[in-house]
Design a binder for this molecule. Structure first.
Ligand code: FAD
Length: 403
């Protein structure tokens, strides 16, 4: 019989893990494995706040896919997916090519959620991709570089607004506020000219986090000069201007959007039933009504039975789903039955810039961690991912020294 064609879309955490696992489990004897990626590299979305703030070089946040996966076992197609057609089991690509599949794993990541605010896509840095983060960094440095030469200074010139005080927004402002003294010194800009705001619609930053951790994080950031505006939904963004629902206007030349994500628009375009672009997948990670389509990572939605709320979209979840989807496809190829996916949440850790971080870990019980010990655990979890993806060698070259 012809070997089944397994097609994986997206080389993020989920897609890379699925490909790595499938090439190990099935190899070339039992299936054709193809991975479609927009770029020749896999980038680490969870490190992009550092790239955006300029505390980490973008090359450190990416790796060539060919060096991580085995191109002899996985056919790596560098192209952009433009459409998913489940009725005839094909995927269309920007190059004009079509790919057909027997089993599809979709891991195309997320895009910005605007919650109805206008002007977000036009006037903010909202693309949490490697290209988007690099552009953000260059823009920020340019604001500093041009300041000393300006004949007339405007309020907005060195005002940095982060829309959204969730995980991403806090991690980003943590990096930027930590780097600020260096930026001011490098470009001869007086520190007091710089303003940093985090604007959050909920009553506090980091909604859903433990209150003690929220206080720790907010205090630390306030000491570095960050001003929080909570209970303040944003209604609109214009060029250099943030407009809040209560009418307040904040002029800012740099507006970074981080209010949360929705699944890749291709999901809804393909006709899957979705909630904010995310498909509520069956327990075995298949899209309801589709025996041959698995959806993982930020494009998928799973309900946490303990809280009856959806699990937040995280890399941790995408990695575990990538592994589980690969195992389930393996079962199908070998004539078995797919099994249920059981997430194992090991903790939630947010970096705050420099040696600071905070969060909870569920290792030997549920514990709160602050400062260096939290950062240590965060680096360890990155290193664990590299080891899972491609063994110790990758962890040693790409991983971070946790000490
Ligand atoms: P991604 O890893 O984002 O990958 C999607 C891939 O699909 C990308 O490579 C993209 O280029 C590709 N793609 C998109 N469209 C197309 C197309 N049309 N054709 C081809 N390829 C395409 N989570 C944690 O667990 N811990 C953290 O500490 C953490 N920190 C974060 C910090 C920041 C700044 C951000 C933005 C997110 C953070 N997250 C964190 C969330 C985490 O990054 C995401 O949940 C995770 O990346 C989702 O994995 P994924 O595989 O679904 O998508």
């Amino acid at each position: 019989a012809a070997k089944p064609k397994i097609l994986i879309l997206g080389a993020g955490y989920g897609g890379m893990m699925a490909a790595s696992r499938l090439q190990k489990k099935l190899g070339t004897d039992r299936a054709h494995i193809t991975l479609v990626s927009k770029h020749s590299y896999h980038y680490l979305t969870t490190w992009l706040h550092e790239v955006g703030a300029g505390t980490l070089h973008h090359d450190n946040a990416r790796m060539e896919i060919r060096k991580v996966l085995n191109p002899g076992k996985t056919n790596i197609v560098q192209d952009t997916v433009t459409g998913i057609h489940t009725e005839d089991k094909t995927v269309t690509l920007k190059s004009g090519d079509d790919l057909s599949y027997d089993y599809l794993i979709i891991g195309l990541g997320a895009t910005a959620e605007t919650f109805g605010a206008e002007g977000v896509y036009e006037h903010t840095y909202h693309a949490w991709t490697l290209d988007g983060a690099r552009e953000m960094k260059d823009h920020i440095e340019f604001q500093f570089a041009q300041y000393p030469q300006q004949k007339e200074h405007k309020d907005k010139d060195l005002t940095f607004v982060v829309a959204g005080g969730g995980f991403t927004g806090i991690e980003f402002i943590g990096e930027l506020s930590e780097r600020l003294p260096e930026l001011c010194e490098h470009y001869d800009v007086p520190r007091e000219k710089v303003k940093m705001y985090v604007i959050e619609a909920a009553p506090s930053a980091l909604p859903g986090f433990d209150p003690e951790l929220v206080e720790y994080g907010m205090n630390l950031l306030e000491q570095r000069g960050v001003e929080f505006k909570v209970n303040k939904p944003i209604s609109e963004v214009k060029e250099g201007l943030v407009i809040l629902k209560d009418g307040e206007e904040i002029p800012a030349s740099t507006i970074v959007w981080a209010t949360g994500v929705r699944g890749n628009p291709l999901i809804e375009e393909a006709g899957f039933e979705a909630n904010r672009g995310r498909v509520k997948v069956d327990s075995d990670l298949r899209a309801p009504g589709h025996d041959d389509v698995f959806i993982i990572g930020d494009c998928s939605l799973i309900i946490n039975e303990e809280t009856e709320r959806p699990y937040p979209p995280t890399a941790q979840m995408a990695i575990q789903q990538g592994t589980a989807a690969a195992d389930n496809v393996t079962h199908l190829v070998m004539g078995g039955t797919p099994g249920p996916f059981k997430p194992e949440i090991l903790g939630t850790l947010a970096s705050l810039g420099g040696k600071e971080a905070m969060g909870t870990v569920s290792l030997f019980g549920h514990r709160k961690l602050y400062g260096r010990s939290a950062l240590f655990m965060k680096h360890m979890s990155d290193n664990r991912y590299f080891t899972k993806l491609n063994g110790m060698a990758l962890a040693l070259t790409k991983g971070r020294n946790p000490l």
